[in-house]
Design a protein around this ligand. Structure first.
Ligand SMILES: Nc1nc2c(c(=O)[nH]1)N[C@H]1C(S)=C(S)[C@@H](COP(=O)(O)O)O[C@H]1N2
Ligand SMILES: [Mo]
Length: 324
């Protein structure tokens, strides 16, 4: 997400394009002949951010069998690249390496509440929830609205399994998913102009769609904090900002929830956020994307390549904001 500077005096204009700065810095190094040294040093460094470590009590559940139904046409993103280019505004207000910042996220104890229009509200300790859910691995594409993309293997379970357990009433039309709120654990939440806590939403039809996945692990082990441990959404046909991280509440509601990005900047970010290469963001084209492993670009696909699964969800939907 590009920083939309909320106050003219907060940040210099140059801070608005961290990715551009980062890439410039690399080309400066390359120009000085230092790029190769940097690359060699990186190659010999120990893997920077592997598993969350033995402290995570869910580690024993891994690895989990991969579901062969979901395939992609490009190779997996290298784990170290996926784990060092993350969007998590609770830690840094731009995609960057947030490994050290996100280490502040305390993932146990962790409770997930099921609230709203359900027969009976429920609260789960995350490990009890994982024990109940049908875990599998799925390789999914991820396309950030800012045009970077990755392909990673998530471990988790279909959100539908949790909806079935929650038994929403017929009045429930939407599902609201909410990130934790804790300024000590997430310094970014002290920045009062953002509408914390980070909130996302889906229609009931989207929430119970087979592709809609709650991820708890990545690359065959528990997800490190920067990916949104211990529970984050994966909806691969939508822009990445729908993939709400570190979820503490899942609420069944009658009205469409106001999401974090839509509240902050409704002219640029909407509720549906379905990927469409033909519909430009107000400030940039969505026609192509940059896979994290490369500096080149590839075409972006309609519904991020998942049209055969999800196009029918939107038949007859004439909302002009379907792709923003
Ligand atoms: N709570 C929370 N969830 C979030 C975000 C965030 O800032 N806070 N960023 C979103 C965006 S813009 C993207 S692209 C993905 C990035 O997921 P990744 O860092 O695991 O690649 O997380 C999404 N989920
Ligand atoms: Mo994003």
């Amino acid at each position: 997400m590009l920083i939309k500077n909320p106050r003219g005096w907060e940040l210099p204009e140059s801070a608005a394009t961290p990715e551009a700065l980062f890439r410039d810095r690399r080309s400066v190094l390359a120009g000085l002949g230092l790029g190769a040294i940097g690359a060699a040093a990186a190659a010999f460094a120990p893997p920077a951010h592997a598993a969350t470590g033995p402290a995570d009590p869910s580690a024993k559940l891994y690895p989990v069998k991969r579901n062969a139904k979901y395939v992609t046409d490009r190779p997996l993103t290298a784990e170290k690249n996926a784990a060092s280019w993350n969007n998590f505004y609770e830690y840094q207000q731009a995609a960057t390496d947030i490994t050290d910042d996100a280490a502040k996220l305390k993932i146990r104890p962790w409770e997930v509440k099921i609230t709203g229009l359900v027969d009976k509200p429920l609260t789960f300790a995350i490990d009890d929830l994982l024990a109940k859910m049908p875990l599998e691995e799925r390789v999914y594409r991820h396309r950030c609205v800012e045009t970077w993309s990755m392909i990673v293997p998530w471990t988790g379970f279909p959100l539908k399994a949790l909806v079935d357990l929650a038994k929403p009433t017929s009045a429930a039309k939407y599902v609201k998913l909410v990130t934790f709120l804790n300024k000590d654990m997430a310094p970014g939440q002290r920045q009062f102009w953002w509408p914390w806590p980070y909130t996302e939403g889906l229609t009931i039809e989207e929430a119970t769609h087979e592709l809609t996945f709650l991820a708890t692990g990545v690359y065959g082990h528990p997800a490190p904090p920067q990916h949104g441990a211990p529970l984050r959404l994966a909806v691969p046909w939508k822009y990445g900002f729908k993939a709400v991280k570190s979820i503490v509440e899942i609420s069944f509601v009658a009205e469409r929830p106001r999401t974090f990005w839509e509240t902050y900047q409704p002219k640029e970010y909407g509720f549906w956020a379905n990927v469409n290469p033909g519909v430009a963001h107000p400030r940039w084209s969505q026609a192509t994307e940059r896979p994290l492993d490369t500096s080149g670009r590839v075409p972006t696909l309609m519904y991020n390549g998942y049209g055969e699964f999800v196009a029918s969800l939107y038949t007859g939907n004439t909302d002009p904001r379907l792709f923003m």
